[in-house]
Design a protein around this ligand. Structure first.
Ligand SMILES: Nc1ncnc2c1ncn2[C@@H]1O[C@H](COP(=O)(O)OP(=O)(O)OP(=O)(O)O)[C@@H](O)[C@H]1O
Ligand SMILES: [Mg+2]
Length: 312
């Protein structure tokens, strides 16, 4: 058995002449919360709908806990619990009755014990006998999760699950997903909010115009900060001379801002090296200031470029 609960390879969707999802590959490990982050229209829902077999793939492979969607569709889908569109409940029935109704319709044997356990897990035990029409959005969301995990799936898929939740609801939901992941469930979740993905996920993929352009791992974010390039401005007494010296030693292009300042895009270690070079060449360095390009900046660039395309 593999530790990759979900494996997506070269997933592609074309509608007419338009490529909506373009060769997307990623894997989700056991107990991992994996995000799909992208602006409106990026293709997140289309990716999810193909994974759960709601729409056909134009190309690519999907395997869920070792079951290939092409050769073992039922086996694969048995491993999945999903909320793709808003889950529909009967408002006039209690949460409990809704779950019982779902349990009766389910292909899988679900014991009463399992039902009780699931209700406790999503922390709805106090309200489960109330009618669903009296539930807050957060409670409905949790009932949706309960329904999705009732048959003990190894993968839970949620499309924009925090839409409409208030900040405390979002926080609660996040803690909730973490608890499920700690219990060994893998989670695939989509959102268009970077901050949310950073708080919620172990890793997330940035989707832009149907393409997966980057996978961010939260555990090596600090590492990334150290190695990623940043814009660094040096203030010196003789910019002309300084630029000449730096040019001989570095391949990155230099922007001369004024008689006293130049800016260069370099990594953390190179800042010290350039400073040493300048000082050794008798240049006076008055100030070194750096502006880090954060993931937020990069994501803003992506979403802005996506908006420009929409405007055209
Ligand atoms: N049935 C369809 N026919 C034609 N185009 C479609 C169809 N379904 C989706 N699209 C297009 O595919 C692109 C991706 O849509 P999708 O719903 O997957 O994006 P999304 O990332 O989920 O966006 P959102 O954040 O708004 O939910 C959009 O440009 C959309 O208009
Ligand atoms: Mg969507």
């Amino acid at each position: 058995m593999t530790d990759n609960i979900l494996q997506v390879k070269n997933l592609t969707k074309k509608i007419g002449s338009k490529t909506i999802v373009d060769n997307v590959s990623f894997a989700v490990q056991k107990g991992e919360i994996f995000g799909l982050l992208g602006p409106n229209g990026a293709g997140k829902t289309t990716i999810i709908r193909m994974i759960v077999g709601l729409i056909n793939r134009t190309g690519g492979k999907v395997s869920i806990n070792g079951h290939d969607l092409d050769t073992d569709f039922n086996g694969a889908l048995n491993e999945v619990g999903a909320i793709v569109e808003n889950p529909e409940f009967y408002g006039y029935m209690s949460g409990y009755k809704n779950l019982i109704h779902y349990k009766r319709m389910s292909r899988n044997e679900i014991s009463d014990e399992k039902l009780k356990e699931t209700i406790e897990l999503v922390k709805l035990d106090h309200a489960i006998q109330q009618k669903v029409k009296t539930y807050s959005l957060g409670m409905r969301q949790r009932l949706g999760v309960a329904q999705a995990i009732l048959h003990s799936p190894s993968l839970l898929i949620l499309d924009e699950p925090t839409n409409g939740l208030d900040p405390s609801g979002i926080r609660e939901f996040r803690d909730h997903l973490r608890m499920l992941a700690n219990n060994g469930v893998s989670v695939l979740v989509s959102s268009h909010l970077l901050s949310e993905m950073q708080l919620m996920c172990d890793r997330f993929a940035i989707i832009e115009k149907g393409k997966l352009i980057h996978i961010e791992s939260m555990s090596d974010t600090t590492n990334l900060e150290e190695t990623s390039a940043r814009e660094v401005t040096f203030t010196v007494n003789d910019c002309e001379k300084a630029v000449k010296i730096v040019e001989q030693n570095i391949t990155e292009s230099i922007i001369k801002n004024s008689e006293k300042q130049f800016t260069i895009s370099i990594d953390y270690q190179s800042i010290a090296a350039i400073n040493k070079l300048l000082v050794q060449s008798d240049i006076q360095v008055f100030e070194i200031s750096s502006v880090k390009k954060t993931l937020e900046d990069r994501f803003m660039e992506i979403t802005n470029s996506a908006k420009e395309v929409v405007k055209q």
